[in-house]
Structure formats: structure tokens, C-alpha cells
Ligand binder design. Structure first.
Ligand code: SAH
Length: 371
């Protein structure tokens, strides 16, 4: 075992390590191989935040671990609850960067909306996050930590009796473009899906992309989670304006990649997200064109009423326009539910996330409690 005692700052954090990294760390520490498995269980299945709680390990071993290692979560600098029960946590990492994570409780399930980047490079014109520049990618650890913090706050770690699990589904629909941070996202999802840990299966995980075509194939082959595509327009000139990434990967190429996404069957359809913007993309003719475009793709359409944010030039389509659009898509045989906006009052709905870190930096110095 190592002899020198590291200071608090140097204790290596074990939370967020994958299986191989955890095994290597413990091997270097001089522990027997089965210890890594025990720790995995305590960290990811039981959510332990203290080595002292790991009662299947000897007291001496627990003490040695505590001297050299930490079990840390990022700080939660703000926690908000909407009148509809949606919760939002602003997470603050040691470098001061922040992201938001949202929990949306429903009758039969609870969905956690996870961020993949601090800020975003896509600059979609209707998206609040798009007005914040990309600061950096999140590490795998920081992505996994979002799920762990949700479980902490929801009191969801075993053996707590939990008749309805509160985080049953995960959507990578928070801040950032997950396919621009593919390696860390894939690494994190592997940890999240591990059946002896957080254990959320690939069928309950949906990755949403604005259409990074070359990475869609890899995502399908390597992680195989459900795919959602932010389509939002049926003509390239309009999509170019809404989702500038379209200039690089236009609609036809994007739909080709979707056609070959594995697992596309009736049970595992690709979700096409379509934000309803008044007078921009919401006409019946566009609904009919959408149906033509989706021919041959096992698809469902998710119509998202535009969620406003301070300073946006866009408006949400009228209820009548949304219903008419949905009816046309539905009549063509596609499910076309209108997504109920959740957590609008706490700016937690789709496209409303934006970390306060930008503002905070400008106003510094300021006490952290004001974050
Ligand atoms: N970058 C990925 C992940 C973000 S998911 C992607 O683009 O898919 C967030 C979803 O909310 C996307 O479909 C996004 O286009 C949509 N969205 C963004 N701003 C919105 C707004 N103001 N109202 C409704 N939906 C919005």
C-alpha cells in the first residue's frame, strides 16, 4: 500500500470511474481484485458517499481507503422545484463551470434530462442554450454524477423502499450536443447501463442529436441507445436557419443515417423532434412534407411547443396549428404526441437551460450563495 498520506485536495475521487479504471486504481493501491467489484456495488448500486458505510469491507480497509480516496459529487449550487413537480439542479464543478440537470416525474416513469456539455456550439436560433457559447465538454464522471445527484436528492438509493422508481429513463437532451462529446458520453452511458450499478437499460435511454451524421452510425453500433433527432424543419433553407449544423449535414443525409440506425423496428422507433414555431415551420403543407420525408423510417414524431426564453424572437405556434399539424402526421400512421411543457416556471423546459456561470463570471466577485 502507498505510504505517504495525500492531503484532502489530492485524494483521488472514485466516483465516476468505469470498471476498468476502478480495477486499475485498486490494483495500484494493492487491493485484491474482488475489492473493485465490492466498491463498484457500493458506489453505483448503493450510492455510498462515505467509505464508513461500506459494511461488507473490513474496518481497516475502509479507513485506508478514506485516507487515500474520496467519494465526491459535484456541488449543487441551486435546486429548484416547479409547480408541476419538475426539478432542476444547477451543478457546479471544481473548475467553477456549471450545467443543469432536470428531473421530470410522470405517472408511470421519471425521466432525467442530462447535459453533455457546458454551453453548446450548435447555436440553434430558437434555443436558449444556443445563446451561450461552448465552454467545454463534460467528462464521463460529470455526466454520471448527474444521475447520482438525482438519486441522492430523490432518496432513491437501495435499500430505500421505492415503489415507483423515480429515475426510470434518461434522455440526453440537456445542455450541449452529445455527439460532439461522443467518447465521454459513451463512457458515461456504459457506467449508467451497468446492471450491477445504476442499471438503467439502453432501452430506457434516449440520445438526442441535432444531426451529427457521421457519429450517428457509431452511436448505433457502439452504444445502441434510442435515438432522437432534432429535425424541426422539412426544407433545408429553413433548417439552415434554425439548426445551422444543417449546412454541414443537410436533411437528406441526416435521414439516410437514420434509415440505417440499428434496432429501428416498430418497438424501437427513432423519435423526430419538431419544435412548433409560429409562422416558421408549422403549416399543414409542412406536416405533409414531413410525412413524405419519413417514409421508410420506423419513426415517431414528438411535437414540442416552443418554450420561450428572455429575448427570443420566436413565438410558439397556436394550439390550433399544433393540433392540425399533429392530426396530419397521425393520419399518416405516425404517433405524433405534443410534448407537454414541463418546468417552464423554473426555466427547465426544452431549450430553456442555460447555466448562470456566464453571468456570474461577469459579476464577480460575488458570494457563491448567490449562484
Ligand atoms: N443538442 C441536442 C440535445 C438537446 S435536446 C439536440 O439538439 O438534439 C433539446 C431539444 O429541445 C432539442 O430537440 C432542441 O432542438 C429542443 N429545443 C431547443 N430549444 C427549444 C425551445 N426553446 N423550445 C422547445 N424546444 C427546444
Amino acid at each position: 500500500m502507498a505510504t505517504e498520506i495525500p492531503s484532502e485536495m489530492q485524494r483521488r475521487n472514485l466516483v465516476g470511474l468505469g470498471r476498468a479504471a476502478l480495477a486499475a486504481e485498486l490494483a495500484a493501491f494493492g487491493a485484491e481484485p474482488f475489492r473493485a467489484r465490492q466498491l463498484w456495488h457500493w458506489i453505483y448500486h448503493r450510492g455510498a458517499t462515505d467509505f464508513a458505510a461500506m459494511t461488507s469491507l473490513s474496518k481497516t480497509f475502509r479507513e485506508e481507503l478514506a485516507v487515500h480516496y474520496a467519494l465526491q459529487r459535484p456541488a449543487v449550487s441551486r435546486a429548484l422545484t416547479s409547480i408541476d413537480g419538475t426539478r432542476k439542479w444547477l451543478l457546479r464543478f471544481p473548475d467553477g463551470q456549471e450545467v443543469e440537470t432536470v428531473h421530470i416525474p410522470e405517472e408511470e416513469r421519471g425521466t432525467l434530462c442530462v447535459s453533455s456539455q457546458v454551453g453548446c456550439t450548435l447555436s440553434c436560433t430558437f434555443c436558449h442554450t444556443g445563446t451561450q457559447r461552448l465552454v467545454r465538454n463534460l467528462g464521463a464522471t460529470e455526466i454520471v454524477a448527474q444521475v447520482m445527484i438525482a438519486r441522492d436528492y430523490l432518496g432513491e438509493w437501495p435499500p430505500a423502499v421505492q415503489p415507483d422508481r423515480q429515475v426510470t429513463n434518461i434522455v440526453l437532451m440537456g445542455m450541449g450536443e452529445p455527439l460532439f462529446n461522443y467518447d465521454n458520453v459513451a463512457k458515461a452511458l456504459k457506467i449508467i447501463m451497468d446492471p450491477e450499478g445504476l442499471s438503467i437499460s439502453r432501452r430506457k435511454i434516449t440520445l438526442s442529436t441535432a444531426g451529427v451524421v457521421p457519429m450517428i452510425r457509431r452511436c448505433g453500433a457502439e452504444i445502441g441507445v434510442n435515438l432522437a433527432v432534432s429535425l424541426h424543419a422539412v426544407r433545408d433553407d429553413i433548417r439552415d436557419r434554425l439548426v445551422p449544423l444543417n449546412r454541414k449535414y443537410p436533411i437528406a443525409e441526416l435521414l439516410d443515417a437514420c434509415r440505417s440506425y440499428p434496432g429501428g423496428s416498430n418497438a424501437r422507433r427513432i423519435t423526430f423532434e419538431y419544435v412548433m414555431l409560429k409562422g416558421v415551420n408549422d403549416s399543414p403543407a409542412e406536416a405533409r412534407q414531413l410525412v413524405r420525408l419519413l417514409a421508410g423510417i420506423p419513426a415517431k414524431v414528438n411535437l414540442i411547443p416552443f418554450n420561450p426564453w428572455p429575448g427570443t424572437p420566436f413565438e410558439c405556434s397556436s394550439e390550433a396549428a399544433i393540433t392540425a399539424f399533429s392530426d396530419i402526421v397521425f393520419a399518416a400512421g405516425y404517433s405524433a404526441p405534443v410534448r407537454t411543457p414541463r418546468g417552464r416556471d423554473i426555466l427547465a423546459a426544452c431549450g430553456q437551460l442555460k447555466s448562470a456561470s456566464v453571468k456570474l463570471r461577469r459579476r464577480e466577485p460575488e458570494p457563491l450563495s448567490a449562484a
